[in-house]
Structure formats: C-alpha cells, structure tokens
Design a protein around this ligand. Structure first.
Ligand SMILES: Nc1ncnc2c1ncn2[C@@H]1O[C@H](COP(=O)(O)OP(=O)(O)OP(=O)(O)O)[C@@H](O)[C@H]1O
Ligand SMILES: [Mg+2]
Length: 373
C-alpha cells in the first residue's frame, strides 16, 4: 500500500456499497432508491467517486443533478443535466471530437463541388418540461446504448413542490424503467421521508428508502496511520477517534480538520484536540458570522433550541419577545423553525428539533441569550 501524503488526500472508497445499490436497482426496475443521511457525511462524494464509476463499469451512463442549486425549478435542473449528458454523448471525447463538430459542409474539389449537406437534424426536444424529460431520457439512452443512472442530489427539495411535479417525475421514471434507474439522495430526513412516504403523495411506496451508512473505522485508521507517520513515536487512539467522530455527527471533513490541528500542535488527546479546535478564534468567527447573518428572531430561536429550552413554551416566547422587542407568537416561531430547517441550520432527529452542526450546538450553549438577540 502506498503511503498517504497528506491528511487531505485520505479518501475512503466504497465500491461494494455502490455495487450493492446498483444490484438493488437492477432487482426492481423502475423503483428508485432514496438514500438519506445528515449533512456533510459524504453523500455527494459517494455519488461522484463511488456510484458513478461503478455505474460506468456496469455499462450505465451516470447523470448527476443537484436539485438544491436550481431549487426554483427542479424539473428544469434534471432536464438540463440530461441535455448536457446528451451533448457529451453526441460529441466523442477528445480533440478529434471537437474538430469533427466544426461544420464542414462543402469540400471543394477542383472542377466539382462535393456537397456533404446538413447532418440530418433530429426534431427539437419538446418545450413542455414533462414531455422534454421523457424525450431526452429516451434519446440519451438510445445514444448511449445502455441504461442511464439518474442521480438526484438534495432531492428533499422536491418535498416543497406541488404533487403534480413529483407525479410527472414518477410517471416518466416508470415509463422509462428499461432505460433509466434513479437514485435520490437527501439530507433532510424529514423532507425526504415526507416526500417518499406521505400516503396519497405520488412518491408513496415508489422509492426504496435506505439510510446511507457513515464512514467506518477504515477512515479513522488512515487518519491515525498518517498521524503516526508525521509524528514518529506518537499515536492516535482509534477508539477515541471513533468517539469523537460520533460526537461530530460522523462528518469526515470536520474530523479531518480537528486531526490536522492536533497534528499541528503535536497532541494526541482527542478531548484536548476538540477543545483547542473549538477555542480557535477562526472557528468562533465562523459561527458568529453564521449567526450574524440571521434575523434577530431566527438567531434567538437557534440559541434557545441549542440551550435546550422548549421553543414554543410560554416562557421561551416571552424571552424571545423581550429579545426582539415585540410580541412573538407560536406561529412566528414555527415559521422561523421551518426556515432554519430549510437552510440546514436546524434538523429534526428522533422527533426532536436540534441544531444540525454539533459543534455549533456546543458553541451556542455557551452564549448568553441576550448576546444572541
Ligand atoms: N469517502 C470519503 N473519504 C474521505 N473524505 C470524505 C469522504 N466522503 C466525504 N468526505 C469529506 O467530507 C466532505 C463532505 O462530503 P460531501 O459533500 O459528500 O457530504 P454530503 O453528505 O453530500 O454533504 P451535504 O449534505 O452538505 O451535501 C467532503 O468534502 C470530503 O472532504
Ligand atoms: Mg451533498
């Protein structure tokens, strides 16, 4: 095994997990998978680095669309991703492809003119987004000569849309089940679950819901191995790393940042490492900036929730009212919570509203409530 050169280059590949998902898709054509997991645990990384290559290996064409980036119009985002893939599929790779694309219609031969004519044009894709989705999927699958793997990231975005959009997506995926498999991923357990399981909603019992697994011990071991190679004679305890990883909500990049700062200081104790990391002015500045960007009420709602107070309780409402200088009603707090969930600051875990980022949650517990308002 080659040695890893930096903490940042440590990467865990999960080809067997990817093949497992492809197997599930193959077993039930037309039934998408819905993978969900909290934020920052590696969903997108997996789609990009594991699922796409496995799909290619299986002769499929992976197509990725981030629905959050185009959350005003997710169907357009899907169509756009497919059309880009179609463009790519029509133009062979490399320089030769680019050259072949330049329009050469006439070749002059002395004494004659050889007319190559227009390449036969296909009919333009239909403009109506639902028909367009159907048409572009069919065309792309034919062009590729194999199945498409449509990966819809941040699919919880769809939960905010009228049912007919979801019904369209479902109908097209069903109709084209021999040409396309689909994987939805999302970070809002709630949004995705609502989307997939609401009785009467078009996605009901359509997709197979799976929880996407966190990175395992292999990641922690590689961090420890690299740490030992940088600091001969010092060792990180993998069990302690595991505890820290769980405390951080299994976010690999965050753990890596903490281990990097431990490495910079040459410390091996994870408690001290976390303390130092949290006390770092850059960390605090990041959290302050995040809180400062919120409205006073939103900021106080985050603080109140972080401090474990019932957000809709009478005393809390009075406290919030004093903080913002006006009457704060239950419906105002509810609206604030919805907004904060939507932008990923709050999440619902086990029926309980909580701050999504565990370290931000810890930071907030130390804040005086007045300072938060
Ligand atoms: N398999 C992996 N090996 C090493 N590091 C990883 C791995 N997967 C993810 N990471 C690290 O974690 C970071 C977050 O991953 P990623 O963006 O895939 O998470 P996500 O679950 O899609 O987050 P979000 O919910 O915010 O979209 C990556 O930038 C990468 O640094
Ligand atoms: Mg992601």
């Amino acid at each position: 095994m080659g040695e890893t050169r930096t903490f940042d280059s440590i990467e865990i590949r999960r080809p067997e997990l990817a093949r497992g998902y492809l197997g599930l898709l193959a077993a039930e054509p037309g039934r998408p998978l819905a993978l969900f997991a909290p934020r920052r645990v590696g969903k997108t990384h997996f789609l990009d680095h594991d699922l796409s290559p496995a799909a290619k290996q299986a002769g499929m064409l992976p197509v990725y669309a981030d629905l959050w980036l185009h959350r005003a119009d997710p169907l357009a985002a899907i169509n756009h991703a497919l059309e880009e893939a179609l463009d790519d599929a029509m133009i062979p790779d490399g320089r030769l492809g680019k050259v072949a694309k330049t329009p050469v219609r006439k070749i002059s031969v002395p004494g004659a003119s050889l007319d190559l004519g227009e390449a036969p044009q296909r009919r333009p894709l239909p403009a109506a987004p639902d028909l367009r989705l159907d048409a572009v999927l069919a065309r792309l699958a034919t062009q590729h000569g194999g199945k498409i793997l449509l990966m819809l990231d941040e699919a919880q975005t769809l939960a905010d849309f009228p049912a007919d959009l979801i019904a369209t997506l479902r109908a097209v995926l069903h109709k084209r089940k021999n040409q396309v498999d689909a994987v939805f991923t999302g970070s809002s357990q709630e949004g995705l679950a609502r989307l997939m399981t609401t009785v009467g909603a078009p996605m009901y019992q359509f997709a197979q819901l799976l929880s996407f697994p966190f990175l395992g011990e292999a990641y922690l071991q590689q961090l420890a191995v690299h740490f030992a190679s940088v600091h001969p004679g010092k060792a990180l305890d993998v069990a302690a790393l595991q505890t820290l990883f769980a405390r951080l909500g299994h976010k690999p990049a965050l753990l890596r940042d903490i281990v990097k700062s431990m490495s910079a200081e040459g410390i091996t104790d994870t408690h001290t490492g976390l303390q130092h990391f949290m006390a770092d002015e850059r960390q605090a500045a990041g959290w302050r900036a995040l809180l400062d960007a919120l409205s006073p009420l939103d900021r106080m709602v985050v603080t109140v929730i972080g401090q474990g107070r019932p957000p809709l309780g009478k005393e809390t409402l009075a406290l919030l009212g004093r903080g913002v200088g006006g009457k704060v009603t239950i419906s105002k707090v509810r609206a604030a919570i919805e907004k904060l969930k939507r932008n990923g600051i709050l999440s619902k875990a086990g029926g309980q509203i909580a701050i999504e980022d565990q370290l931000l949650a810890e930071y907030v517990t130390q804040l005086p409530l007045a300072a938060a308002g």
